[in-house]
Design a protein around this ligand. Sequence first.
Ligand SMILES: NC(=O)c1ccc[n+]([C@@H]2O[C@H](COP(=O)([O-])OP(=O)(O)OC[C@H]3O[C@@H](n4cnc5c(N)ncnc54)[C@H](OP(=O)(O)O)[C@@H]3O)[C@@H](O)[C@H]2O)c1
Length: 225
Amino acid sequence: MRVAVITGANRGIGNHWTVKLLQEGWIVYAGYKQNMGGLEVIEDENLIPLQLDVTDTKSIEGFVKNISGDVDLLINNAGVPDGRWRSLTEIDDDWALEVLNINSLGPVRMVKALHHKMTNSKLTKVVMISSLMGSIDDCEMGKSYAYRASKTALNMFTVAMKKECLEDNISFIIFHPGWVKTRMGGDRAPVEIEDSVDGMMKVLENHTIHDSGVFIQYDGQEINW
Ligand SMILES: NC(=O)c1ccc[n+]([C@@H]2O[C@H](COP(=O)([O-])OP(=O)(O)OC[C@H]3O[C@@H](n4cnc5c(N)ncnc54)[C@H](OP(=O)(O)O)[C@@H]3O)[C@@H](O)[C@H]2O)c1
């Protein structure tokens, strides 16, 4: 059976990825930081919910120890929004560093910790849930300083890791999930969670190692850096 790992699986986009992959017969190791949230109501013997804080190496080690065998898919989904800073003078350094810690370094920590479970003869796919807000080309409105920078950094970490991982048969896909109705996206968001995840799953199915490092939207449209 195919094995997936998902971070931030207790709500939002990560929770729906969990539901969909279980429906397709995957074994899912689903990380939750504090509360099981939406994982609590899923009844499926292939669901393994485990505590996971992507900023905490001890928590990551404990999570990885519980995984038996190799991993076929890692979905780095956990993320946090910006502070509500109205101008650059209001940027809070501590919170800005925490946003970078969670959104940029969290996914890198997960790849490092799971690398020994991904170097196998089968192709392993690593999904980075990034954002259009990480696109420098698209940054006309400005603001959302730390969130934008965190996703741009995530994109560069991913492209920088890509070459090294080709020989290990690990392929990366960097997604913009759309502006999605979640706690982060808010009620005005035009994209339903189901449509976002269904779209990403379709793109992921057709993804090959030759596409590694692509920056792409949930509907298959490529995004400028
Ligand atoms: N919604 C959108 O419109 C949109 C657009 C572009 C990109 N994205 C990206 O999509 C991803 C999912 O967002 P969402 O909209 O589903 O947001 P969400 O509903 O706010 O969910 C965020 C998830 O991340 C988890 N998380 C936060 N910090 C964590 C940590 N240190 N360790 C482990 N988990 C942590 C949260 O756990 P807790 O419940 O414990 O806080 C929660 O499960 C994020 O990376 C986000 O940047 C979203």
